[in-house]
Ligand binder design. Structure first.
Ligand SMILES: Nc1ncnc2c1ncn2[C@@H]1O[C@H](COP(=O)(O)OP(=O)(O)OP(=O)(O)O)[C@@H](O)[C@H]1O
Length: 249
């Protein structure tokens, strides 16, 4: 049987202040090598799920397995398997990209030589070589997003979780980031992505799950879903399946 990248089984989770679970008996399997997209309206539970898969939140019942590691029992081991590019910037603003990558490379346990090589490689690929020693706080939104991405992939993870990796960037940076993500995937990295940028998602994701109110509504190959629901794009599919009412009031 093919090894799953992510296997979530009977997961239940609620925040302390809220008695009703955000996710209840939730199941999801993502195959190795996929470019998988997780979508849903505001408050559907996407970030909560990402934070559970990356161990930032602790699950109550059920299990989450990343490749062959159950994160319930082996959190430290699981941490080496994945990279996380969170929606909020995860770097030190007062440090340069090179210093940030050095810090996070050491945190991931890379050797000095590995840190040097990987830093040079990432700064070149992501167009940050000319500003490698300047403090990140002075950077444009697009440059900061590229630094955020570089940190998430510093240790060449087998799985990469991406929460709105292109929010607030211009067309050039969006193109560069999506192109780089596709290259990573071609080299074997499984991508688990969430965003409200649905046209961008169409070009990136092969399979998608739509979640609403903590439940999966559909989970299938994107092209097959478009045919089945007679839609020409993800936005139409999204509205068709989740309705047009506001969700954040
Ligand atoms: N720290 C928290 N404490 C209590 N409730 C929370 C917390 N974080 C999120 N929630 C609630 O959990 C639900 C799911 O939120 P979550 O952020 O996971 O949704 P989302 O799908 O990522 O939304 P968005 O698209 O707006 O980012 C919402 O009802 C939200 O209000």
């Amino acid at each position: 049987m093919k090894l799953s990248a992510v296997n979530i089984s009977d997961l239940t989770f609620s925040y302390p202040a809220q008695p009703v679970p955000i996710l209840s008996k939730f199941n999801l399997e993502i195959a190795k090598g996929e470019r998988f997209g997780l979508f849903g309206p505001n408050g559907a539970g996407k970030t909560t799920l990402m934070n559970l898969m990356t161990g930032l939140l602790i699950l109550e019942t059920g299990s989450i397995q990343l490749l062959d590691v159950k994160i319930n029992n082996h959190r430290k081991l699981a941490n080496k398997l994945f990279g996380y590019v969170p929606q909020d910037f995860s770097f030190y603003q007062e440090l340069s990209p090179a210093e940030n990558l050095e810090f996070f490379g050491a945190w991931y346990g890379l050797s000095r030589q590995q840190i040097k090589l990987r830093t040079n490689e990432l700064l070149t690929v992501l167009g940050l070589e000319d500003v490698r020693n300047k403090p990140v706080e002075k950077f444009s939104g697009g440059m900061k997003r590229r630094v955020n991405l570089a940190i998430g992939v510093m240790h060449n993870p087998a799985l990469l979780f991406l929460d709105e990796p292109t929010v607030g960037v211009d067309v050039q940076t969006r193109f560069a980031i999506i192109d780089y993500l596709k290259q990573l995937n071609e080299n074997g990295t499984t991508l688990i992505y969430t965003s409200h940028q649905l046209s961008e998602a169409e070009g990136l994701c092969e399979r998608i799950a739509l979640i609403d109110d903590g439940k999966i509504i559909v989970n299938d190959n994107l092209d097959a879903l478009l045919v089945k629901h007679k839609q020409i794009g993800l936005e139409g599919l999204f509205l068709n399946l989740t309705g047009k009412n506001y969700r954040d009031v």
